[in-house]
Design a protein around this ligand. Sequence first.
Ligand code: NAD
Length: 512
Amino acid sequence: MHHPGTATPERRFPAQERFADGAQYVAGRLTKGTSGRTHSVVDPATGTEVYRYELAGPEDVDAAVAAARAAFPAWSALTPGERSDALHRFAAVLADHAEEFARAESLQCGKPLKLTRQFDVPGTIDNTAFFAGAARHLQGQSAGEYSGDHTSYVRREPIGVVGSIAPWNYPLQMAAWKILPTIAAGNTVVLKPAELTPLTSLLFAEAATAAGIPDGVVNIVTGTGKEAGEHLVGHPDVAMTSFTGSTAVGRRVAEIATATVKRIHLELGGKAPFVVFDDADLEAAANGAVAGALINTGQDCTAATRAYVQRPLYEAFVEQTAALMESVRLGDPFAPGTDLGPLISHAQRDRVAGFVDRARGYARVVTGGAAPLGDLAHGAYYRPTLIADAPQDSEVVQSEIFGPVLVVLPFDGDDEGIGLANDTPYGLAASAWSRDVYRANRATREIKAGCVWVNDHIPIISEMPHGGYGQSGFGKDMSVYSFEEYTQVKHVMFDNTAVARKDWHRTIFGDR
Ligand code: NAD
């Protein structure tokens, strides 16, 4: 189907031909899932099916885990330098195929090409290059003679097969965040992408193979959470579960993983506050709020969702933010000049619209609050929306909306602003806006979140950790901190005395 105002279909990604062999990647090749059920990937910009595939069932998960298990001894025995070389080659293959990745990601998610070309894809290549370097820097405590009679040292060892589960909002970057530190540390992996968005995870796994990473080190099973996901989490040959997704599903994953005492890593939801003090640069804050709230059509776990603005700036902030939101160009993700694409699906759009419609009863919808008409009516679009004056305990302030919706509330004293920022169960990310270094510094200390930006909101970098506080989960993605997730620490202790009856044996043999 071709709608007026959309790019020609040739310019999109030929998903059906490209992945005609199936959406499972096991032991270095594509296969079809054996669940007996199929799933359609839908282009959310048009509502048309772009790829239909056979979902993974438990047998596909078993095959992928077996492949990962078989690949583990040889992969984990490589030197850090050899794994680093493989990851450098991986980064080069990704760079050669950057445009294909950008188109596939834009197609399945509805992200504007400028976002996938300038953010998702280069970020992923940079992550790969980072972990290529970091692979050679797995660090532990320095060795020493702590007891006096022994030499102790610490080995950081891989864990085995890691079962990872990713969400649909940043499929490529989430695949990268899950897979790269895992394999850099010498583990092998089975990743289950969200069933809505398998394309770039499959491309990523193929690129690993093209870079010479051995078959079975990176496997992809594309199935539903209930079937493939739960089977992967419960699998006895999987040593660890790494999950990124909603807090509700994270709880379920933790429950299942507990039965086999698996190590778990949970990156869950967020409801990031954006705190604007009355000495802030208002123009910078308004621009930052709009970009921070609308990135990826608001489907970002760190997106600015709750702006708390100190009373003297409040009305001006509402006005400027609304005007900026109205200047953002909604359109086809593949058309030049598009700032904002659709949401991931019509169901997600309707869910977002439900939040906004209910808010009309208790708050002020300043701008947006509707789906666009005309050329875009077939897609899962929703206008950038600003909601003012919602009570702190209302659902638009407390729950993750995951759409292009920013809620703005006033506050008076600094204590109140910081208190409101901390008043949700989440704690993934936050920002503080002020030109007073003491005030900003206080906010960074007192806001409970895994990341606090000052005078910006959103940027991430490979060298620094990403992860939550509170019900946003635990464990870190990216950075050398992620190695703590994907390695286990072993204490090795050598006796240095070479005597048969050691001093401490007095606790057993006779008196001193
Ligand atoms: P989701 O929790 O619905 O699904 C995430 C993944 O879990 C999908 O692959 C899904 O198939 C799978 N899944 C669903 N039920 C399962 C089950 N019972 N057992 C095992 N796996 C199951 O989340 P979503 O809607 O895909 O993504 C949006 C959510 O992800 C938001 O809450 C967002 O904040 C969160 N997120 C968090 C981060 C972070 O770094 N903290 C990053 C991106 C997204």
